[in-house]
Ligand binder design. Structure first.
Ligand SMILES: NC(=O)c1ccc[n+]([C@@H]2O[C@H](COP(=O)([O-])OP(=O)(O)OC[C@H]3O[C@@H](n4cnc5c(N)ncnc54)[C@H](O)[C@@H]3O)[C@@H](O)[C@H]2O)c1
Length: 325
């Protein structure tokens, strides 16, 4: 079968990672790349033998596209997705899916209407460690989930979109969404969050740099998450950690392995897994999204939790996910 021909909207750091993955995949070809910064589009185009654009609508006029990747700053979501949907193309979009629920719901509605295959960049769902943990937890009542995302990415230029609250939504929306999504993937839907936030270290940004959330799951389980991006930028060992207390047992998950206690001893388990790019390209090729673990409508639910936590901290009250719209 012929190559799946892919276009990119956004050619920043994350997009380049996906381009490199795709360039190693048989049957995938990057044919067009777009960035509002011409030099970024040109550099990606040169590397992948694609055509550069600075306006995504001009790129979408091509008649040879099979799928689109969108890897944009959080505030830039909305019209690009709607234009891709109007063109009837399946798309991969990076998390978080939008800066607010109105934009996310509008895109979600259009995706459903057009019945498009979508895939959101929650790549941790595909890992062997995740699949093992999920299989273990599937038919067991969970009691408590405790997540942690401590890293140092809040340090650095305070003027970039990442470190401005109205452009990124702060760490909970932009980054710890991965851990929130894992908590949902393992523990099911969240009903209510109650959050506290403060800015203790990174005084030149308007984003909170310490976050503490309590969560009520629909199942009756409870959860908590702490997140900071003001920690040591050189240590990633405390980013994306999850402890799950189920029955009278616990497991400890991180992206590289899941540790479980069996017969009084800790055992570490992992398994090979496909990349999210392989799964998406295969879904497009086969016109079958069954193996995509985070379609657009599911990812909107993870966004709602981060936004509810920000609202909760700002208004100093528990916020139900239902009230996020
Ligand atoms: N899944 C992951 O683990 C992971 C990791 C890193 C980043 N991300 C996500 O990827 C996205 C991009 O992050 P990044 O670090 O690459 O940011 P970045 O700032 O490096 O790249 C974003 C690019 O989008 C371009 N852009 C902005 N508006 C545009 C438009 N309308 N049309 C075309 N191009 C436009 C910018 O010029 C920039 O080059 C974010 O949502 C981020 O959260 C995900």
């Amino acid at each position: 079968m012929s190559d799946v021909k892919i276009a990119f909207i956004g050619c920043g750091g994350n997009a380049n990672g996906h381009m490199n993955q795709l360039s190693q995949l048989d049957g995938a070809r990057i044919v067009a790349v777009c960035d509002v910064q011409l030099e970024r589009a040109q550099s990606a185009a040169e590397k992948h033998n694609a055509h550069p654009y600075t306006e995504h609508r001009a790129m979408l006029e091509r008649d040879d596209l099979d799928a689109v990747y969108l890897s944009l700053p959080v505030f830039a979501h909305g019209q690009p997705e709607l234009d891709v949907i109007a063109r009837g193309l399946p798309f991969f979009v990076e998390k978080p899916v939008a800066i607010n629920m109105d934009i996310a719901r509008e895109i979600e509605e259009q995706v459903a209407k057009e019945e498009l295959i979508t895939c959101v960049g929650y790549q941790l769902r595909y890992l062997g460690s995740t699949q093992i943990a999920r299989a273990m937890l599937q038919n067991t009542p969970l009691n408590m989930l405790v997540g942690k995302y401590w890293c140092g990415t809040g340090h650095g230029n305070p003027d970039t979109w990442l470190r401005q609250m109205n452009k990124s939504g702060g760490q909970l929306v932009e980054q710890a969404t991965h851990t929130i999504d894992m908590m949902r993937y393992m523990g099911g839907e969240v009903d209510t969050v109650y959050a506290m936030q403060a800015n203790r270290v990174l005084k030149s940004t308007d984003c909170p740099d310490v976050n503490s959330l309590s969560m009520q799951f629909a199942s009756g389980a409870i959860g908590s998450l702490t997140a900071t991006w003001a920690y040591d930028p050189g240590d990633w060992s405390n980013a994306n950690i999850l402890d799950v207390f189920y029955a009278s047992q616990m497991l400890n998950w991180n992206p590289s392995r899941v540790a479980v206690r069996e017969d009084g001893k800790w055992t570490e388990k992992t398994a090979p897994s496909p990349t999210i790019d392989e799964v998406f390209v295969e879904a497009v090729r086969s016109n079958n999204g069954a193996h995509i673990r985070s379609p657009y409508s599911d990812a909107v639910k993870s966004l709602a939790i981060s936004l509810a936590a920000n609202r909760s901290a700002q208004e100093n009250r528990p916020v139900s996910i239902a009230e996020m719209g």
